[in-house]
Every structure is written in C-alpha cells, then in structure tokens.
Design a protein around this ligand. Sequence first.
Ligand code: CA
Ligand code: CA
Ligand code: CA
Ligand code: CA
Length: 382
Amino acid sequence: MKRFVFLLALCLTLSAWAQAQVNDVVILDRVFNDDSDSISNHVKNLPTVILSDTKLDGDGRAPEFANRHVWFVSADGVNPLQIPLDVEWTLEYDLTLTGNPVTPRKEAGGFARIGMPWGYSELQFMVNTDAHEVVAFGYPFPFYRFDLSYNSGDTIRLGIHFFKDTDGKYKVIYMANGLTSPAIALSDQSIIVQKNWITPGGYLQVNIQTGNPNNGGIAVFDNIRWNGVLLRRAFAISGNIQLRDYGGDVSQVPIGAELRQGGVPVRTETLFTDSDGNYTIPDVTAGTYDVAFKASHWLRVVVPNVTVVDSDVTGVDASLTNGDIDGDNEVTLFDFGQLVAAFGSMPGDSNWNPDADLDGDEEVTLFDFGVLVRNFGAIGDE
Ligand SMILES: [Ca+2]
Ligand SMILES: [Ca+2]
Ligand SMILES: [Ca+2]
Ligand SMILES: [Ca+2]
C-alpha cells in the first residue's frame, strides 16, 4: 500500500510537471532588505533580466548589511517553478555585473533554492566586484571555484547543469566562460529527495556603504537559455488565409481571429493579411490553441491543436468558404434573400450591400449568385 501511494504521488508530480513549462521568470524584489529606502529597479524583457539597486547608504535601522534581489524560472511569470529533481535541466546566461563603487562588494550570478524538510536551502554561484571571484557554494550544493578573475563590467557566460547521474546521485556541473566543473554530487541526497524540488534563477546583492548615497550595482542577465533555448515568453503564429472566390484586394478584408483554449477564447484579434494572404499573430504565450478565423461573408475555419512551445509556429493556414452574406456561419436561403435584395446594385445605390458582393468586383451580379449557389448549404466550423 505504501508503495502504491508513493507511485501515485510520483505520477501526480510528473503529470503536473508535464504541463508546466519553463517559459518565463519571476523577479523577487528585496529578498534581503537592509536598506529599505534604496532605489531598486528591475526589468524583465526576456531573454534579458536586469536587476539594479542604488542609494545603498543604509536606512538608519539595523541591520545594515545588504540588499538582495532574485529571479527564478517560472511557468506563469508569477510563481517560481518547483522542478522535480529527476528532471534534467541547464540554465545559462551572459552576466554583466557593474558596481559603483566596486567596494564594498557587489555580487551576482546563479541562484537556486532546493526544498528541504525545514523549507529550503540556497545555492549562490557568484561573481563579485571586490574579490574578483567566480565561485559556487551553499549547502547542500558543492563548493567550486573557477580559475578566473572577474572585474566589474566584465561579461561572463555562466551556466548550471543539474541532473541525476547513472549512479543515482543528483549532481551539478557549473560552467563559466566555456570552462566546466566536474559533475559533483550534492550532499545529503536522502534529505533533498524528501521535498524533491529545485528552482533555479539568478541574483544581485549590493552591500551597504553608510554615507554614500551613490552606492549601487546593476546585474544584466542576457541571452537567458533554458535547456539551450532562449527564454522567450511569447512567440508568433503565422500562416496563410485564403479568401475563396474573391477578386478584390484581400489585404483590405478584416479577419476576426480567436485563440481558444478548451473552447474558450483567450485572445481575439482583427487581422489583415498581406496581398498574398499571409498573416502573423505576434506575442502568443506558450500553450496549445484552437485558432479560429472568420471574415465577413466567409465561413469560419478552426485550425485545432496549434501548439506553441519555445519557437514561432508557421504554416497555420486556412481556406475560407465564401457566401455567408448575413454572417450566421452558414450559406442558406437567408443569404440568397439578401443577395436578391441587393441584386444589380453598386456602391452608392440605396440597396447596395457590400457583403452581397461576394466576388469583390463592386457590383452584385450573377457572378455573386454563382458563388452562393456553388457553396449553398455549407456550414462553417463552430
Ligand atoms: Ca537597515
Ligand atoms: Ca538608503
Ligand atoms: Ca448565412
Ligand atoms: Ca460581385
């Protein structure tokens, strides 16, 4: 029974993980806040994160040690993502830390929290401006020092690779400017598996200098990559929409597009294609969508299961059937009635109906009637 419960818990953990993708980060301001009236300013513009803090002259109340700001990987931009230890990952970025002045210490670099029975423990994989180190430490993570010298304003490529090795142990490999540490096991493996999660990211820490209101630091994390892929929260969906039986300028026809999840529209757009029918929907959050297209007198087409993971999606094409003059997504006798009412009209006539001009030649004629007859009875996607 115990074993069954364990397996069930494992399955739930893994299935929850399967739905959770790292596609964003979340910034935690003032994890240390010894100088509460400093000016911290953080920017999230993936794949770049900038943490900065200045006016670190203390706030007159003990303690007066440092301010620290942290970012973590996330699936929703709101919550740090707790990754099961069995999931292998690599987090990398180009870090530029600038201290003004370089002493007292400004430090920045890789950061991680790992679940412990009492809460969590933390890794710091830091560069600093005063001792010029590139060094990793923090129980239960292994200590490692790179034979590199870091100076304020340098750009250094840092990375952390976490994995379960073939000997069953959880290990890390630290990376700095192309150098790599050995794969080193975390200590107390039997303790870290109890909570079974780790959340990586980065941090900036600026130590206080009493009497210097200009004391501050800035850390730029650029080209943040998760498992080798630039971390970008949003991507483009693009493709071609064919408006059938139409001789007019398709780039002038507004097309209503919906991104739906579970049948519910999560985003609505009015698209205009280029003269060849090509369109782009920018800044789409990672996820799986049914994409619906409907234009005035054309029937709706739904392209199901368009999945956006970590790159732009192309080739989401649709071909729309003409003839729906009244816009109810079916070609019926009601459309026929509207065509008859507008028959023979041109723009400016009292009975002119642009939606009855199915072929777009600025006249309601037998050609439009022909389009309607050809598509009579057709029904669009829901
Ligand atoms: Ca203080
Ligand atoms: Ca201050
Ligand atoms: Ca209709
Ligand atoms: Ca016409």
